[in-house]
Design a protein around this ligand. Structure first.
Ligand SMILES: NC(=O)N[C@@H](CC(=O)O)C(=O)O
Ligand SMILES: [Zn+2]
Ligand SMILES: [Zn+2]
Length: 340
């Protein structure tokens, strides 16, 4: 039987939530991944050292696994001081910037992307070598929001040449192309954006479990993303953006944005890279690129996968929480055999 080994998988964009949802979803990542970059969009968002450290403790407890490293992030604010950021810098891997209201729990994000307004915090981040992670969407037409954000990425990259800027969860050909234009621009891409287009979400009967921000785009966008991932573009990292919402918040009028992919991520990545005969590039895409870009050494964790059918559960539950995964009740060609 065909097998494949992944070394120290890293998920560089992950939502773990809090309380029972955290307890439900955290082990779904920590059992197979060596580390993950944890998004700070809790309610209220993570903006103090105290809330950051206590969230990290709750994550570690929920994982119940010392062999997993949560890389913490702060929620961007325009008025962070040098003293504050200098004091917290060793506890964080980056700061996440959200335009206000653009996605789930981003109400406290920045109300303007004007560079001069953002400058005070960005200058300090640049000086202290703290990377900037960005949800890059304008409030324009939903299919054009990411494309319209490209000039903002360009001005940020030019204005702060020493700041590492990560374009989170890119969904367009334009974003892939921008990667090669500026030294200090990097990106994450999700699993679902490598797989689906707007057709899968809304071309037939509406699929709420595939609804997320940024919304899935056109075929040419998916091809560009897939091509960059399969060839392990050196500035592109895997970031699942696994974003759990309870079933009743997805299967309703006013469906929340977010796709839950943690429990299927590695199996589907292997299936995808195998299908395109690119398995030799998967470890770079899912681990080595992130270690080089963020400059750290991941802890050892070897996951062995076998080409054997894995039937995706219909739902995951814990106490009163539940969440429906992507590909629920469908089967994947690869499954996890062992973890060391
Ligand atoms: N991607 C999403 O659709 N949702 C994310 C937020 C985000 O990453 O934008 C969430 O927190 O639910
Ligand atoms: Zn986002
Ligand atoms: Zn996200």
């Amino acid at each position: 039987m065909q097998i494949f080994e992944i070394n120290s998988a890293l998920d560089m964009h992950l939502h773990l939530r809090d309380e029972d949802m955290l307890k439900l979803v955290a082990p779904k990542t920590s059992n197979t991944f060596a580390g993950a970059l944890i998004m700070p969009n809790l309610v209220p968002p993570v903006t103090t050292k105290e809330s950051l450290l206590s969230y990290k403790d709750r994550i570690k407890e929920a994982c119940g696994d010392d062999n997993f490293e949560p890389f913490m992030t702060l929620f961007f604010k325009n008025d962070y001081t040098y003293e504050f950021l200098n004091d917290i810098k060793d506890e964080i891997i980056g700061i996440k910037l959200y335009p206000a209201g653009i996605t789930t729990n981003s109400e406290n994000g920045v109300s303007s992307m004007d560079i001069e307004t953002l400058r005070p915090t960005l200058e300090i981040m640049s000086e202290l070598n703290i990377p900037l992670c960005v949800h890059g969407e304008t409030n324009g037409f939903v299919m054009d929001r990411e494309k319209e954000f490209m000039p903002i990425y360009e001005s940020l990259a030019l204005a702060f040449p020493n700041l590492k800027i990560i374009m989170e969860h890119i969904t367009t050909k334009d974003a892939v192309e921008l990667l090669d234009k500026y030294n200090n621009l990097y990106a994450t891409v999700t699993l679902h954006h490598l797989l689906i287009t707007l057709d899968d979400l809304a071309g037939g009967a509406l699929k709420p479990h595939l609804f997320c921000k940024p919304i899935a785009k056109r075929y040419e966008d998916r091809s560009a993303l897939l091509n960059a991932a399969l060839n392990a573009h050196p500035k592109l990292m895997f970031g699942s953006d696994s974003a759990p919402h309870p079933k009743h918040k997805k299967e309703c009028c006013g469906c929340a944005a977010g796709v839950f992919t943690s429990p299927i991520a590695l199996q589907v990545l292997v299936e995808l890279f195998d299908r395109y005969k690119k398995l030799e590039n998967l470890n770079a895409f899912v681990s080595l690129n992130a270690q080089r870009i963020y400059n750290f050494k991941a802890i050892e964790k070897k996951v062995t996968l076998v080409k054997k059918e894995f039937l995706v559960p219909e739902i995951y539950e814990y106490k009163n929480e539940n969440v429906v995964p992507m590909y629920a009740k469908e089967s994947i060609a690869w499954s996890i055999e062992s973890i060391k």
